[in-house]
Design a binder for this molecule. Structure first.
Ligand code: UD1
Length: 413
């Protein structure tokens, strides 16, 4: 658990190395369960979510070790975890379901329940597994899936990122061919599919709404470097848009961040795609409207950081959150810093103000925490961000060091 002391900062200047994507690494770690051979993941980000999942994989009988900057996972003695607490510790652990089922013919996890940003059900994961031939039973707060998987056509009611990933992994070892319709198209899915193909899987169409998988009898080990974290890069671009200045985001990919880059340029921030990464210049000057959508629409994970930007941008900005039903909890915390925000159901209306003043605030989730740190960079006096029990470390690698290195007044206390 940490607090961050943030003070008003000069325009940010310099370079930030973007870390490896959390949302790419977590499913890839689960994908390592699909083979008995060693899987090596290069440059895993040092995040608590990665440690938590590593401990769950150990509970699944894997040997997990750090080796010269990489994470090596060996799932040669795979089993279902004995202790359900390991699974319950994080939502992404539902992604072990597909690999456990396809390798062992049986998987059991506790049902994830609600979380700070909404209900987050797993019905689409389960519906897809049932279509692949799993028998699904519920008891004692958990769900058990059993059966030998056979290829099928699966239609997702909504393009869920997690369900697409889980079904993609399950289908790699199913007998025959699978087609996932209305699949999610996020870059992390494309990365997962490419990783699975490097293990011998036969997948086409990842990155489109129809993904086809030809099942194979076994997958082999591999070594993989996951993509850079587009959400971390986007958050840092928002930090620059708050304070002004000039940032080079090393490793960030413009093609993964188009929706944010359009919005930043509407706000008057300049962005340039260079061979070393993305250059971001200047402060947001005009208001903007954001509707969160599935990729390639505007990512829900960047809604909170962009709301911090809107708080200091002259004029009225509007946010419509369509992905999660309860993802404006940062609005009340931003208001403690002097922001003018009105929330009506899934809409937030932000009147930009020239002054914010520091105050103690609390992160209600990971991205809310980042938004509060960003707001603190533009608030007079000290903003003390309570990370709400470790939210920020779940998804940002040493955010205080990265921001301090470019002139941000941020300390972990
Ligand atoms: C992933 C990301 C998360 C991001 C989210 C949306 C990871 C580890 N996490 O989460 O950072 O905010 O995508 O881009 O990659 N839903 C159902 N039934 C299901 C599954 C989902 O109703 O079976 C709903 C959810 O409640 C939510 C929406 O679909 O409203 C999107 O969820 P989903 O795309 O599955 O997000 P995650 O994979 O959990």
């Amino acid at each position: 658990m940490a607090h961050y002391a943030v003070r008003e900062s000069p325009p940010l200047r310099g370079e930030i190395q973007v870390s490896t994507s959390k949302n790419a690494v977590l499913p890839i770690m689960c994908g390592a369960l699909l083979t008995r051979e060693d899987v090596r993941i290069e440059h895993p980000p040092e995040l608590t979510d990665v440690h938590t999942l590593a401990s769950l994989l150990s509970a699944c009988g894997c040997r997990v070790r750090h080796d010269q900057g990489g994470l090596v996972i060996a799932a040669d003695a795979l089993k279902n975890p004995d202790d359900e607490d390991d699974v319950r510790a994080m939502r992404a652990s539902v992604l072990v379901l597909g690999p456990l089922l396809s390798r062992l013919g049986e998987a059991r996890i506790p049902l994830p329940g609600g979380c700070a940003i909404g209900q987050r059900p797993i019905d689409q994961h389960l519906k897809g597994m049932a279509a692949l031939g799993a028998r699904v039973t519920f008891d004692h707060g958990g769900v058990t899936l059993r059966g030998k998987l056979r290829g099928a056509v699966i239609y997702l009611d909504m393009p869920s990122v997690g369900a697409t990933e889980n079904l993609l992994m399950a289908a790699t070892l199913a007998e025959g061919s699978t087609r996932i319709e209305n699949a999610a198209k996020e870059p992390e899915i494309v990365d997962l599919a490419a990783f699975l193909c490097s293990m011998g899987a036969k997948i086409s169409g990842a990155g489109t709404s129809t993904i086809c998988v030809e099942g194979v009898s076994a997958l082999h080990g591999t070594s993989w470097t996951p993509i850079a974290d587009r959400i971390e890069a986007g958050t840092m671009a928002c930090a620059c848009a708050m304070t002004g200045g000039e940032l080079l985001l090393r490793g960030a990919r413009a093609d993964h961040l188009r929706s944010l880059l359009f919005k930043l340029s509407e706000a008057g921030v300049h962005v340039q795609d260079t061979p070393g990464g993305l250059m971001v210049f200047g402060r947001a000057k005009q208001p903007f409207e954001i509707r969160t959508m599935v990729y390639p629409g505007f990512p829900t994970d960047l809604q909170a950081p962009m709301m911090a930007v809107a708080c200091r941008t002259p004029g009225t900005s509007v946010f419509l959150e369509t992905i999660f039903e309860n993802r404006f909890m940062h609005a009340a915390e931003l208001a403690r810093l002097g922001a003018h925000i009105r929330v009506e159901n899934r809409v937030a209306i932000v009147e930009g103000t020239p002054f914010l003043t520091g105050a103690p605030v609390r992160a209600t989730d990971l991205r809310a925490g980042a938004a509060l740190i960003l707001a603190g960079l533009c608030a007079e006096g000290e903003t003390l961000v309570d990370d709400g029990g470790g939210h920020i470390d779940r998804g940002y690698v040493r955010i205080e060091e990265k921001l301090s290195a470019v002139g941000g007044n941020v300390k972990r206390v």
